[in-house]
Ligand binder design. Structure first.
Ligand SMILES: [Zn+2]
Length: 176
């Protein structure tokens, strides 16, 4: 869902969180989905379309509808106002310091100054994952269950997004 400046190893503190979140996730999921849907809706009016190169990147990583993607570049990324969601997001490392981007459906939020091809390809791969799942409501439970089960770094959706990162040199070759 997001990309970080540096890789962090959550293994030492994941086990305690897993138990807590695994218990609370079913209750938190509806609130998390509602929050993500609201943020995605606001991005539809505030955001801008992908650039031509970013659209090619999106296509390369499998996005079916690049024209629906909206990018919001700003100094802070969305945080849930709900106290429980906020704590859960921070404790899992989902929305912590060092977070550079966040994708919610076709909405891609990027921290100002970090709109690189590499980060955009990572976030666009998450767009692809949302498209495959069908909706925010369908994707988020799958994604968050992975975070609980594997930890952020090892969650299969994150591993997949990292494996589809394309840097600018590669893009020059592949984006034509
Ligand atoms: Zn990610």
């Amino acid at each position: 869902m997001e990309c970080r400046a540096g890789r962090r190893n959550h293994r030492t503190r994941v086990s305690g969180i897993m138990i807590d979140l695994a218990t609370q996730l079913p209750r938190l999921l509806p609130k998390a989905i509602a929050w993500a849907q609201t943020e995605a809706a606001s991005a539809r009016t505030q955001g801008e379309p992908l650039t031509v190169t970013e659209s090619r990147l999106a296509h390369l990583v499998g996005v079916r509808y690049p024209e629906q993607v909206r990018v919001v570049e700003r100094s802070t990324l969305p945080y849930p106002a709900d106290p429980e969601l906020n704590v859960a997001a921070r404790e899992t490392g989902l929305l912590g310091p060092g977070m550079l981007g966040l994708t919610l459906g076709h909405a891609v939020f990027i921290l100002s100054g970090h709109r690189t091809h590499r980060l955009m390809s990572h976030e666009c791969r998450h767009v692809y994952q949302y498209e495959r799942a069908g909706s925010i409501a369908a994707f988020l439970p799958l994604y968050l269950r992975q975070i609980v089960a594997y930890g952020y770094e090892q969650a299969p959706f994150e591993v997949d997004a990292r494996s589809h990162e394309i840097d600018i040199v590669q893009c020059k070759d592949q984006c034509g």
